[in-house]
Design a protein around this ligand. Sequence first.
Ligand code: SAM
Ligand code: SF4
Length: 351
Amino acid sequence: MNLSELTFDREGLAAAIACEDPAFEAELCEEAYRVKLANVGKEVYLRGLIEISNICVKDCLYCGIRKDIHCQRYELSEDEVLASARLAAQRRFGSVVIQGGERTDPAFVRKITRLLKAIKEIEPAEDGDRPLGITLSLGEQPREVYEEWFDAGAHRYLLRIESSNPDLYHKIHPEDQLHSYDRRIRALYDLKAIGYQAGTGAMIGLPFQTAGDMADDLLFYKEFDAPMVGMGPYNPHPDTPLTLSGIGYPSAERRFALGLKMIALLRLLMPDINIASATALEVMDPLGRERGILSGANVIMPNITPEEQMVKYNLYDRKTIRSDINTLLSQITIGYGKWGDSKHCSAQHHT
Ligand code: SAM
Ligand code: SF4
């Protein structure tokens, strides 16, 4: 296959995803990088990632911090979260992401509300920088909770749909109301209706997943009109039911190549959105996130969780995670001190 044969319908996208020719994959990533430069420029935006807790009420079959797994649990104190947020402001990251296991208990909900208000008070490091922008990634919540957090200062929310194929979704989650595909989609639309920049994404290279499923994921982002997408390779955790089931999945090399290819195809499909270069890429290759940028992504989330707790947020084997960015690559220019909202958002707001 070559680039001139690529079409953006389901069949064309699936053919591109299934094609394992390295020359085609390299050509595709180069083209996506060109399209990125033309549409969103060279700048890469940073979001300091704060992993607030690995306590979760859910039991997703692939996740290393699922409720039923044996691991050491932690929850950052409010002071620890604020210290990390101050660090992000000092380093001029522009915004932070608070991510964690799903919890809907009132004590946790109120804690997030207090933190949002306190983070909004943090002084920017330089004149002209905006106060920190805040993205949340805390799973499915009742609409009133999303509203409370929006009113307290969160303006972006990342809720991956994990897979746009309901059958596949149900194969990788327990069968109960807490893990319902419809509930997750509803939550995503609630976020959008409230006014959040609602980002989504899916895992790449899952057991059972076909090239057609991945093509449908891309078309889902387009249909949802996502201003931001964070998708990344599936990384098996040894103690999860999905890994222990022994069901096969693509090799690490293939999942990595698929991760880059999905970024590239999405950049061609939605030229002006924000696309994150996922942490999962970095775990597979020390320069994985930078390679994601060179394939069309424009957001990086350096991890600023205190190190002692970071190691416990063990979704999968993450020994290589870094909080710095390799700025040696001449192609990367960091958008310091900026929120880095997607051009797509401003285009939406002006119409
Ligand atoms: N609990 C929230 C949720 O599920 O939306 C946010 C935190 S959760 C750990 C963030 C993301 O981690 C999930 O959306 C999932 O895609 C990803 N994840 C979990 N286990 C993974 C694995 N084994 N490989 C790759 N990504 C994984
Ligand atoms: Fe909990 Fe999120 Fe992991 Fe599912 S993916 S078990 S909701 S932390």
